[in-house]
Write a protein that binds this ligand. Structure first.
Ligand code: SF4
Ligand code: SF4
Length: 202
């Protein structure tokens, strides 16, 4: 009979005293190591919807959809079955790396891949008041204006967004009149409409 080596014997005695290294999953929920790199999770309150994370994801595990209906919104999507937990999204996040963060969630199994292999959050969108095109998420405009400080007041789109967020100005209304004249300059506008209203002679 082959005798066990001393190291194996020591491990066996240790396991007898301290219990096995393996967890009793699924009988008991597995607790991962604190440094475990699990699924990234969006933080609805901290994310500003800037899409930096979508740009840097190396495997296309992040995506977004904009809808411009009566309640314009951006849906950010994380495909949990594609993610490789590289943390590039967290590193690139402009919201102090808090908009999306790796968690210790390791549970990846699901029954229906079509319906369960992704997680989403929604952010309010700001549309151009002349052409109705997407400018950015409202939280992103707020984030920019906070970074700019008093310089915000040199840009009507930013200061009007700020006033609307504070409830001082009316909510976003897409203009019925598309004259793109100088009277339109004090509106929330996309870059193209801002340029056209600035250059117009009306
Ligand atoms: S952890 Fe990496 S792969 Fe997963 S969503 Fe973030 S950037 Fe993409
Ligand atoms: S704030 Fe962070 S998590 Fe949100 S879209 Fe931008 S980079 Fe992604």
């Amino acid at each position: 009979m082959k005798l066990p080596k001393l190291r194996e014997l020591k491990e066996a005695v240790k396991a007898l005293i301290a219990g096995p290294y393996t967890s009793k999953f699924p009988k008991e929920l597995h607790k991962p190591h604190p440094n475990f790199r699990g699924q990234p999770k969006y933080n609805q309150d901290r994310c500003v919807g800037c899409l930096a994370c979508v740009e840097v994801c190396p495997v296309g595990a992040l995506d977004y959809k904009d809808s411009k209906g009566t309640n314009p919104k951006r849906t950010l999507i994380h495909y949990t079955d594609t993610c490789i937990f590289c943390s590039q999204c967290e590193s690139a996040c402009i919201a102090d790396h808090e908009g999306i963060k790796l968690s210790n969630d390791w549970e990846l199994s699901f029954f229906d891949r079509e319906k369960e292999s992704f997680e989403t959050i929604e952010k309010e969108l700001q549309l151009c008041e002349i052409c109705g095109e997407v400018i950015a998420c409202r939280d992103h405009l707020k984030w920019i204006s906070e970074k700019l400080g008093e310089l915000t007041y040199s840009n009507p789109t930013l200061y009007l967004s700020r006033l609307k967020a504070l409830g001082i100005a009316d909510e976003n209304i897409v203009s019925a009149l598309k004259d793109q004249g100088r009277s339109d300059r004090v509106k929330i506008l996309c870059a193209r409409c801002r340029r056209e209203t600035t250059l117009t002679t009306k």
